[in-house]
Design a protein around this ligand. Sequence first.
Ligand code: KG4
Length: 351
Amino acid sequence: MKILGIESSCDETAAAVVEDGRIVLSNAIYSQIAKHRPYGGVVPEIASRNHVAKLPGIIDEALAAAGESFESIDALAVTYGPGLASSLLIGYAAAKTMAQRLNKPLIGVNHHEGHLHSVFMKPDALSKDEAYPMLGLLVSGGDSSLVMMSGPGRYELLGSTIDDAAGEALDKAAAVLKLGYPGGPVIQKTAEGGNPDHIRFPRGLDNVDRGKWVYKYDRDLCFSFSGLKTALLTHVKNLDHAPEGDELRDIAASYQEAVCDALATRVERALKRFPIKSFACAGGVSLNKVLREKLTQLSGKTGIPLLLCPPAYCTDNAAMIAGVAYEKIRMGKTGPEPIDVNPNLRLADWV
Ligand code: KG4
């Protein structure tokens, strides 16, 4: 079965054709990073205007690269949340129109679910039967959470960030250090050869009094990066000069270490608590080398297999969306077609 996926939840305009959930026949992406770089972050109005301009060409490119046509695909899949409302609407309107015009099914997919699915998008990945129950660390630009996946379409949120996401913390740190946008890749590059122990930046939440904890999820499985960000800002303000050279490398390495350590520590706690067959990491931040090393070490230490997303599918893409849609169709869980986008869509079991 060949599915045309569409993704436009933030600043990537993407379309892909995927066969039987795993075989990626094409994966066309127009990244808008250069358009948003002058502003140091994503500007929703610019993002949605670019989706309007680029999506038709990206869909044509995905179909042509796959050797398919509108007529030959079996179904359409679209991200309908979470994300920026004005961006989601462009992909949704396009997919809905095509589905009606072609008289083909349209499957609505949760963007986070797409990221979690992306770890299966390589030929040698564990099968879902081998992987579940699986612990997922989702680290994208806008979200950091730990999810228990007991089976396809069965999710339990174990913990989440109470403030910034890890990607956001890296993006904001890069702005403080005047390194540019997006922050994750530039912090990683700047940190090369730096000393990660130069500054002991806070890891968040461990000193929060349990009696004063007001959130729904267990404190030990939640994340917080706002204190870390403030610690960096304070450190830089207290210097009487703008850091550069070795000093800048050491600061970037120490900051990156704190972000990755905070993430890996929560994963380690969850691995000890829950009986799982594998664990996974997905989303843009999962490209980070230090994080990958820490999680790989954890896998070696515990003997629990780790599924890492292939680099091409870590950041936003439509192949992961088509992949989830295939699973939904295969299990007869397509549900009612979404009647609108939902910028605050939560992960929910397929019913
Ligand atoms: O998953 P994604 O494309 O966006 C959302 O769905 O939100 O992730 C974007 C995030 C950005 O915050 C970016 O700084 C981060 O992924 N990122 C990285 C790396 N490459 C991208 N973070 C750490 N290390 C990287 N190499």
